[in-house]
Design a binder for this molecule. Structure first.
Ligand SMILES: [Zn+2]
Length: 183
C-alpha cells in the first residue's frame, strides 16, 4: 500500500505550492510560503522526503505541507493527496517505491535533527533571558550556552564541509544531554 506520505515531496510541492525550487547539492531550496521570505530558506530533501524552513521552523512531510498550505486536518490532507495522485488505499500497485535509507540519508537526517534541536534550545534560552530586566542579573551559564549554540549553528549552516562534520560529531556526542553539555 502506498500512503500519502510516500508521494515524492517535490511532486507535492509542485502541485500544491508551485513556486520555484532550486537544486543545490543533495537537496532543493525554495522561498518559504509561510513567512515573508526574501532568500530561499526552505529546504526540500528528496532523500528524506521532507521539507524544513530554517527561518520560521515550519517543516515536515508532504502531508504536513498540504495541511499547512490548504488549512486541512491530517486525514483531509491525506485524502486530498490520495485523490490528486490517484492512490488507492487498497490497490495492490505500488506507485512509488521507497528505498531503504542510505548512510548519506541517515547523516542528512541527523544533520537536520541536530539543527532542529539547537534551534529549539536557542529559543528556550532566549525565553529565559527575557525574564531579566537587568542584564547584570543574567546567569553567565545561559549566555555561555547561547554562545555555544550559536557557534555550532553557524558551523552547521555556514561552515565548510570539515566544520559541518566536526559540529555534527560534537552535537551527536552530546545527544540528548546537549542541554547540559554544550561543549
Ligand atoms: Zn518559513
Amino acid at each position: 500500500m502506498t500512503s500519502a506520505k510516500e508521494v515524492p515531496i517535490l511532486n507535492v510541492w509542485q502541485l500544491y505550492i508551485g513556486t520555484e525550487i532550486k537544486p543545490k547539492g543533495h537537496s532543493h531550496w525554495a522561498a518559504c510560503p509561510f513567512h515573508a521570505d526574501k532568500t530561499p530558506s526552505l529546504n526540500i530533501s528528496s532523500g528524506l522526503n521532507r521539507w524544513h524552513c530554517f527561518s520560521c521552523g515550519e517543516g515536515g512531510s508532504g502531508v504536513d505541507l498540504v495541511m499547512r498550505a490548504k488549512g486541512l486536518g491530517f486525514r483531509e490532507a491525506c485524502c486530498q493527496i490520495e485523490k490528486d495522485f490517484s492512490i488507492s488505499r487498497d490497490g495492490p500497485i505500488q506507485l512509488i517505491t521507497v528505498r531503504k535509507k542510505s548512510p548519506e540519508q541517515i547523516l542528512e537526517f541527523q544533520y537536520f535533527g541536530l539543527i532542529d534541536l539547537l534551534l529549539l534550545d536557542k529559543k528556550a534560552i532566549k525565553l529565559q533571558l527575557r525574564v531579566f530586566s537587568d542584564p547584570d542579573q543574567i546567569p553567565g551559564i545561559l549566555v555561555h550556552q547561547l554562545g555555544k549554540i550559536e557557534v555550532t549553528l553557524d558551523e552547521l549552516l555556514m561552515g565548510n564541509i570539515e566544520e559541518k562534520a566536526a559540529a555534527l560529531v560534537r552535537g551527536l556526542k552530546g545527544n540528548g544531554q546537549y542541554r547540559r553539555d554544550v561543549s
